[in-house]
Design a protein around this ligand. Structure first.
Ligand code: ADP
Ligand code: MG
Ligand code: MG
Length: 248
């Protein structure tokens, strides 16, 4: 069963320490939410897991099924089954969504999918996410609206079928309809029961659609409280004020 284990992770940008000892284990079949105020280090965790060069791991370990993720290249992380939406946040000039997705699958599986099967899977995925068929021919992220970017993210998730998916602020900038479609996509992905999800969000809104079993509150670069879904409800009612001194 796939498991992502983060142990005592410390991360710096330049000489500024941002993550100050994060411990988190995500097993297959589990959905975890990381919540916290702006600036608490949530995206830094996602970037560090993605292997972004700006984020220096100063100490700690990250294991996926016992394998050292931090020693892997960005491509190797994807091949090992880790999905980090932020690996591909940029515009890819001249590359269509369709070609981009096919090469992403090729890179992860080590062989190109058969064209006919790929076309079928792509159509199924796009239909499920209520994406217009013309979208496949557009260039990646070029002029994408916030909602299109997020749908594209979930489309990647559906086609790549990773073991563990880390989704950072997947809910931001979505209207209610788009939020529902994107949430349904995440729920389809986790319904197999052998995948794990780490949902990073500032807001409780998405957690009404994608119910986490575990909620972790981030403040000042570490986890300061943990609980079940009821913790998200408490945060919705009370906000993050109680954690303000943890980040000071
Ligand atoms: P969150 O996602 O919880 O809002 P971030 O991880 O984006 O928090 O940021 C945490 C802290 O790290 C902030 O003080 C932010 O300014 C700083 N930080 C994050 N990324 C960078 C970066 N690339 N360069 C400089 N500072 C950064
Ligand atoms: Mg932020
Ligand atoms: Mg963030």
């Amino acid at each position: 069963m796939p498991t992502l284990e983060i142990r005592e992770l410390h991360v710096a940008v330049g000489d500024k320490e941002i993550l100050r000892g994060v411990d988190l284990t995500i097993a297959a079949g589990e959905t975890h939410a990381i919540m916290g105020p702006n600036g608490s280090g949530k995206s830094t965790l996602a970037y560090a897991l993605a292997g972004h060069p700006k984020y220096t791991i100063t100490s700690g370990t990250v294991l996926l099924d016992g394998e050292d993720v931090l020693a892997m290249s960005v491509d190797e992380r994807a091949r090992a089954g880790l999905f980090l939406a932020m690996q591909y946040p940029v515009e890819v000039p001249g590359v269509s969504v369709s070609n981009f997705l096919r090469s992403a699958i090729t890179s992860v599986r080590g062989e190109a999918p058969k064209l006919r099967q790929f076309a079928k899977d792509l159509k199924t995925g796009m239909d499920a996410l209520s994406i217009d068929s013309a979208f496949a021919q557009r260039n990646v992220n070029e002029g994408f609206s916030g909602g299109e970017k997020k749908r594209h993210e979930i489309l990647q998730l559906e086609l790549l079928q990773p073991k563990i998916a880390v989704l950072d602020e997947t809910d931001s900038g979505l209207d209610v309809d788009a939020l529902r479609v994107v949430s349904e996509g995440i729920n389809r992905f986790r319904s197999s029961g052998d995948t794990g999800v780490l949902l990073i969000t500032h807001y409780t809104r998405i957690l009404r659609y994608v119910k986490p079993e575990f909620v972790h509150v981030f403040a000042g670069g570490r986890i300061v409280e943990e609980g079940g879904p009821e913790l998200a409800e408490k945060l919705e009612a009370e906000g993050y004020e109680a954690y303000a001194k943890a980040s000071a």
